[in-house]
Ligand binder design. Sequence first.
Ligand code: TRP
Length: 456
Amino acid sequence: MTNTVRATFGGKFGVLMATLGTAVGLGNIWRFPYMCGAHGGGAFLLVFILCVLLLGLPVMITEFFIGRHSQRNVTGAFDVLAPGTRWNLIGYNGVITSFLILGFYTVVSGWTLDYMLQSVLYSFENKTAEEFASEFAVFSSGIVRPLFWTLMVILITQFVIISGVKKGIERSAKILMPLLFVFLLLLAIRSITLSNAGVGFRYLFEPDFGKIDSAAILSAMGQAFFSLSIGMGCLITYSSYFGKNTNMQETAFQVNIISIFVAILAGIMVFPAAFSFGIQPTAGAELVFITLPNVFGQLPWGNLWAFIFYALLAVAAITSVISLHEVVTLYLHEEHHITRKKAANYVSLAVLLLASISSLSLGVLKEYTLFGLTFFNFLDYITAKIMLPVGGMMTCIFVGYRIEKKILKAELTNEGTIPFYFFNTYAFFIKYIAPVAIALILFYEIGLVNLIMKLF
Ligand code: TRP
């Protein structure tokens, strides 16, 4: 590619907001409370925090290294660091994974927009839990409404992407992310002041160590990877826009801490509310689209709270959609020499097609299954449970075994101008600890660990 000057994010604040934009999403606010609910509350929270700090942090720093050092898209980055080798397959895995995640993530993002509008148009009061449940089932299995909102999500994303790295991605993140934190705090305060908040608190913060089994540990690790957007080069892409003076250790640390904080706030918001109304912390889609409307319906100013909640979820989701879209757009733009706008158009069109099929697979296309899963669930399964762990593991192996420590250290210390006190620990982690841990997640999730356990 003819090297025109590459875009970079403006300053420290822009870098942090953009990175938080990708990390904080449906994973933190919708998936975390449900995973936490499924694995015993406080115990899960504890293991999740350990996973974020011990695995998420080093892997994130590693992706930052690859991105900023190469200043390339997700496949080009590997061609720069290891020319003429097949290591760039890690990048291709990333491009495909992004695209496939977009196939279901945009659909769920669309649901948040629909519920946002519903909270303006219809009263949530005087409805039973069953009514909320059946309304959600009818809506999500329908044709026009979900497809319309998926299209809206893609159009908003398209608009931000073609506005450019600085004027689109960075600027939208700088406006939307602070807004998200204000909404989140408001909701958390509302939740804390509910009559039965204590039960929810105890559930979230009192670890029951008996509940920490291998399933909880491995699920917490998976949640950490999904929630931090690691494993497929999303952060390679974003860090390729970091300036040479960006402190990547600090950025990674801040993003990790804030991501944990958001997940805890989401827990604080969801559990006391659920317990206050005698609702169990149930499965993912249910919790956010059925249980919470039920909760909101029973609160004074319920529709206002519902609106704030779904707006928050929409913002979190769309900034993450943008990051996934950018991975594929930048790849096409740099590797296939087409304009950014054209690349974005192709990606949006392809995502629209994929997302439509996955949305319809919850309704009219329900009969067409792959390995026993609807297309929607299939996309979720192969990306989160197989492709992300493989990508994350390979990324660590690549940097751990292929990159000279001197080069790694120079990049991460901005050529020696900032210290990296735990560099050797970090290098040890990515070479030995992280790949093994990720391999365990992978084996566990595709059922190999169970198989091996049975053999002994
Ligand atoms: N981290 C986001 C969330 O929590 C989702 C996401 C965005 C993601 N980009 C990603 C997940 C890349 C895995 C890989 O919702």
